[in-house]
Design a binder for this molecule. Sequence first.
Ligand SMILES: NC(=O)c1ccc[n+]([C@@H]2O[C@H](COP(=O)([O-])OP(=O)(O)OC[C@H]3O[C@@H](n4cnc5c(N)ncnc54)[C@H](O)[C@@H]3O)[C@@H](O)[C@H]2O)c1
Length: 436
Amino acid sequence: MRVGVIGTGYVGLVVGACLAETGNDVICGDVDAQKIAALKEGEIPIYEPGLEPLVERNIAVGRLRFTTDIAEVTKESDVIFIAVGTPADEDGSADLRHVLDVAAVIGDHMNGEKVVVTKSTVPVGTADLVRQTIEARTEHPVHVCSNPEFLKEGAAVEDFMRPDRVVLGVDSPRARQLLGELHEPFVRTGNPIIFMDIASAELTKYVANAMLATRISLMNEVARMCELTGADVSLVRHGVGSDHRIGPTFLFPGPGYGGSCFPKDIKALIRTGQERGYDFKILRAVEEVNEAQKRLFLEKVEKHFGPDLKGRTIAVWGLAFKPGTDDMRDSPSIVLIEGLLARGAVVQAHDPVAVPTARRLFGDRVAYFERDYDALKGADALVVMTDWLEYRRPNFQRIKDLLRTPVVFDARNLWEASRMRELKFVYYPLGREAVT
Ligand SMILES: NC(=O)c1ccc[n+]([C@@H]2O[C@H](COP(=O)([O-])OP(=O)(O)OC[C@H]3O[C@@H](n4cnc5c(N)ncnc54)[C@H](O)[C@@H]3O)[C@@H](O)[C@H]2O)c1
């Protein structure tokens, strides 16, 4: 099939590469000329495990091409995925500017019947806006559908190749047939393709993220209750998660959810509710809890050292909002680091892959280190913000030798309090007994 993908970010690039891998002729377009120039050379602008060989291989066999010319993508494709960003607007609603810009370009360059798929996360009703925008510019028939994406950064290729389910919001037999064929190779083990109306598909994506974010905020509140009552959140999590109605995933407390999706999608769903006269109370609480959670470890640092951090050096391990990605959009580490800097601290940071992203955000206000232990030299404390695998079994003696004072804040509960007590650390985990 001739497939076009517009927007080659975390989602579009994975979609394009995976559809090329299953034999389709894929042309990916993006307005970012630098990104496209790099991709043409086989250079991947993001960190995503397994993506680079896929892109390289499919470029080499001629099934995957890149261009800045969105008109060309339109003309050369029968099915076009729109995968541009939908950031939060000032009022919290999803900013549809990029999606509708793309729809206008598609409309202007239609040269036959096409299926246009919104892959970006968009509020209910957006497919209608896309259809109206295209139809106002062409006589050619267009089938607009919704195919929300559920991939996780850090496991995006795996998620796309073996999805739990594919959701397709369609309202024409042609769209149903083409999109069904396109996705069939990814569901051969029986995971479902769920066809539904377009509004339900658009809403499904938001509800999935709302459900996951709600679990996280609930467990973050439970962690606070544990600290107040002497309970251990890890035991509570285990006890609760073994109930098969609840399940064990997404029950880990932490420094708050971040990333490119949850924060903006929760805001957008609240906003959609408001626009239709509905107050989404649970989600407002989920967001409020999350904002407070992002400040929690800054408060713990302040509680230990006092509010004035001038003359203090704090080491931070982990900048990305989760392991496996260099994405720092809405990462809790930003709130921590900005707070530390505002209180006069020097910040020495390490992350296995997100340092280039951090440099763009903080410039030289933060000192960056390539090796995790180097970030600890002379620091008054270490704060662990991201649960990268490489932080799980460190050499604690080395940490102790490098720190000026052996104080550790563990926002991911990576380490055991008993071990930290043995080694005479001052240790502040989350929702468990501190060692002081
Ligand atoms: N990142 C994720 O984990 C994830 C998962 C599921 C769904 N989504 C959704 O997918 C969409 C894309 O997310 P992302 O993380 O890939 O975003 P991204 O910011 O990484 O990429 C978006 C790309 O679109 C390009 N673009 C913007 N305007 C354009 C235009 N007019 N024409 C062509 N290209 C244009 C940008 O240059 C950029 O390369 C969002 O709606 C997001 O909510 C993201």
